[in-house]
Ligand binder design. Sequence first.
Ligand code: DGJ
Length: 729
Amino acid sequence: MIILDQENRVFTLHTQNTTYQMKADRHSILLHTYYGPRLRGGDLSCLIQYADRGFSPNPNEAGDERDYSLDTLPQEYSSCGVGDFRLPSVEFEPEDGSRLADLRYEGCELRRGKYGLEGLPAFWGGDEWETLVIRMRDAAAKMLVELYYGVLEERDLITRAVRVVNQGTGTVRLRRCASLCLDFQRGDLDLITFDGCHTMERCPSRAPLRPGIQCVNSVRGASSHHHNPFVILCEHGANEDYGLCYGAMLVYSGNFQAAAERTWLENNRLVLGIDPCNFCFTLAPGEAFTAPEAALVCSPAGLGRMSRQFHRSLRENLIRDPFQGKRRPVLMNNWEATYFDFTADRLVEIAGGAAGLGIDLFVMDDGWFGSRDTDLSGLGDWEVNQEKLPGGLEALVPRIRALGMDFGLWLEPEMVSENSRLYREHPDWALGVPGRPRARGRSQLVLDFSRREVRDYIYKAIRNILDSAGITYIKWDMNRSLSDVWSAALPADRQGEVCHRYVLGVYDLLERLRRDYPRLLIESCSGGGGRFDAGMLYYTPQIWCSDNTDAVDRLRIQYGTSFCYPVSAVGAHVSVSPNEQNGRVTSLETRGTAAMSGTFGFEMDLGRCTPEERAVIRRQTAFFKEHYDLIQNGDYYRLSDPFADPYAAWEQAAPDGREALVSLVAGPAQAAAPFRRLRLRGLDPALRYTVNGQGDYPGDVLMEAGYPLPMFQGDYQSLQLYLSAVSED
Ligand code: DGJ
């Protein structure tokens, strides 16, 4: 519920459990007065403290009000260079070369429903949403700034977006434009970020904020393996079940910066948006820029609830039809089974090995097109390699379908190999500065997706492929970071736009695919989880979580990923043991348990499995399908921290608490292991449950005292417990 008190210029956003408030004060500065557990409302500006602090300037119109300074006040969307020396949100450079922003409140508007953002991903929905638009203006620069707020009450979700319009007669260079600024008048917060690298993405890292700026970012052109555009600020003692936490996510797939600043007044400011490094957008008179959407969830009851609110919002209000809440296929991918070395017959043999095991979709990975026998060549030539696949997809796809599986395909549309026909014909279509040698990544260059003609060409090629055979799925890969960023299509003073225009170009192509092939399931990937963000999820309802398929590492990666993203977004497969990335040996059961907390699939030659292993796989796919809704759409609880605890354990519970699936993977074998009990969550304390069809366990006992864990023999043993409430008749 949004409450506008126009007289006192107080704007209050209530969600089910939280309250967010701003107030335009006597100088028309938009103050951020409160964000936290739900309050009754009223004007909360009484919470704001004023003090005269040395070297904190006062706005001109404040005269001798020495205790009124932008440097100390909590601002809703921070100014730049006019007396607030903390992180700015926006920066204008008009033709006089100044680089300031001084925003004053001008008006607001309340709308039913959710605003949309042209060309950008955004949460969507109907009348369960309300939208508030606040207009601010920098009078000297003649810049209008519109702040958008979407409120989804039941989910405790507040979305934000920013639109900047040049209303003057001269050109203005927009040097930064954050999507979100959040000021806290308290300093006792921890910052949690999700960091890592290729094959070890999104490992949580938590530390108390210390004085100064702590920041994670990406300038790689994609959101990156190294940091995720999702961060949490929380009370020092907050854990899964207790404490105040704020999750902030950017719905964007390119360069980003999440910066938290703790000041000498022990206040905190969080600014989230496109990384200002290498960003500069030129706005001619009348032109506008829209910053990507950001989304906030505040949970007064721990990290677990915050995650569940994000999961649900992403599943129900970001991922779009026809995949929203719908069943996705259990797939089999040939990558780790063959790498580049395959023929049509070999693929059919592998698919044959998967037939009858409950696998719905066969995916042909990299290596099927152009001269792609290694990763040194072929990208950009999206035509079937007839030597490997005689007769093309028209011949191969029916053979796979005859085995009872749909057919899917790998693509890497944004890239080009120098050894390709496309590059020989259009060398200027790759990003790069003429006269400067370009860096290669995985021996490839990046196509300039900011250019319409480049996208059109690639789109036509993709359409030819899709139209040639019944393809129901594509894996959209992206295997390097952007370097040598320069576009032949833009003038010198607009090169700061290339990275953002590139991302808009990716979104444009994905949207066209969605429009023309509405039933095509797209799984995105960037060497695993190098672009695992809500922006991609808007177009691709699942994302290959990591190139690391080792079950034990994966559980850590999936643990970190779960703080923001739902199980249904996480591409996860069973692969061979010893694992190809780290040589670890794990059982098929353990690998299945890990992959089942994702979209579930296989990445190995199942034809080589023993009859006993095939029986296990058949049971796994049947179990997964039987409990699909619980696994994918149930309420997710982290029951342990696999970075710190001797096991990884998690649970999906039905919202009514009548059933739950608990999964656990123990660590290395341990003699004389201590007795352990696992406390469950999300059950009904008043009900009794069977566990894997046996016994009679009271819900309160399972939640308060826990379930006694067995003594495991061997390394990395796993356990799946299906709990079902016993009907009371
Ligand atoms: C990186 C992906 O993450 C892998 O799964 C595989 O598709 C390779 N690219 C293919 O080149």
